[in-house]
Design a protein around this ligand. Structure first.
Ligand code: SF4
Ligand code: SF4
Length: 244
């Protein structure tokens, strides 16, 4: 996103709209105007059409060329990801239920939500986490826009062309058997010291018939303090899977 300095009147109304604090005032000719730090801007559109905040239409989006164009779908919820056609983070997000059985008993789904809130993340940091996980042989979720950028699933390496790009958030999703979950969570904890962003970790698990979730105890053993919550959708459907 750019600001036309000839048009900007320096009112600063756009500053609080920026999701990553990339807009600041600068001296320009006889007064102050606003400027967007191009390295920090994630092209989320919040200061532009999503808010329409500028009283003089000084904010505009130039045509985004590759690899910068990657920033927009990962940051603007109104823009679809080309690879998954999903909006937002471009993934259905990992859930399980009695119809899909996406995670059967003895399995866990893990989602690492990188960059939120209000910090953003680079693909360098995303690659660092993916590489730490790939060493364990985790099964990355195939229907996730990060997979199109991962050039080697066995190492977790991301296309080098995009490593310097910054986005508002991205979710790394994978599946692992419960007996290896502790190892994976410890690996996430270790790799968290090597990155310059925030993340939250989601653990997806089926509830056993006695109402317990063994994966929660495993997360606690790995040093996490899980906050369990569930969502109940009532629907009809034949199971699409067979419990092992
Ligand atoms: S597009 Fe988003 S990140 Fe870029 S300056 Fe506007 S609000 Fe900030
Ligand atoms: S809202 Fe428009 S005029 Fe006001 S500082 Fe931002 S770009 Fe300039």
């Amino acid at each position: 996103m750019l600001i036309d300095k000839e048009t900007c009147i320096g009112c600063e109304d756009c500053h609080p709209y920026c999701t990553v604090g990339a807009i600041s005032s600068v001296e320009w000719e006889s007064g102050n105007v606003s400027e967007i730090d191009q390295a920090e801007c994630v092209e989320c559109g919040a200061c532009f059409k999503r808010s329409g905040v500028c009283p003089v239409d000084a904010i505009y989006m130039p045509k985004l060329e590759w690899p910068r164009s990657l920033r927009e779908p990962f940051s603007n919820p109104d823009v679809k990801h080309p690879s998954t056609t999903g909006q937002g983070r471009g993934t259905e997000e990992m859930k399980t239920n009695e119809v899909t059985g996406r995670y059967t008993y003895g399995m866990a789904g893990v989602a690492i939500e990188m960059g939120r809130p209000g910090v953003g993340t680079s693909f360098h940091d995303i690659q660092t986490v993916c590489m730490g996980l790939a060493k364990l042989g985790v099964e990355f979720e195939p229907n996730n826009p990060l997979m199109e950028l991962m050039v080697d699933k066995t190492t977790g390496k991301i296309n080098p062309e995009v490593l310097n790009e910054k986005v508002l958030s991205a979710i790394i999703e994978f599946k692992i058997s419960s007996d290896r979950l502790k190892e994976a969570l410890i690996a996430v904890r270790e790799v968290s010291t090597q990155i310059d962003t925030v993340f939250s970790l989601d653990l997806i698990s089926r509830v056993d018939s006695d109402g317990t979730m063994p994966n929660l105890a495993i997360a606690e053993e790995a040093g996490f303090t899980p906050r369990p919550n569930t969502k109940t959708n009532v629907g009809l459907g034949r199971p699409l899977f067979k419990e092992a």
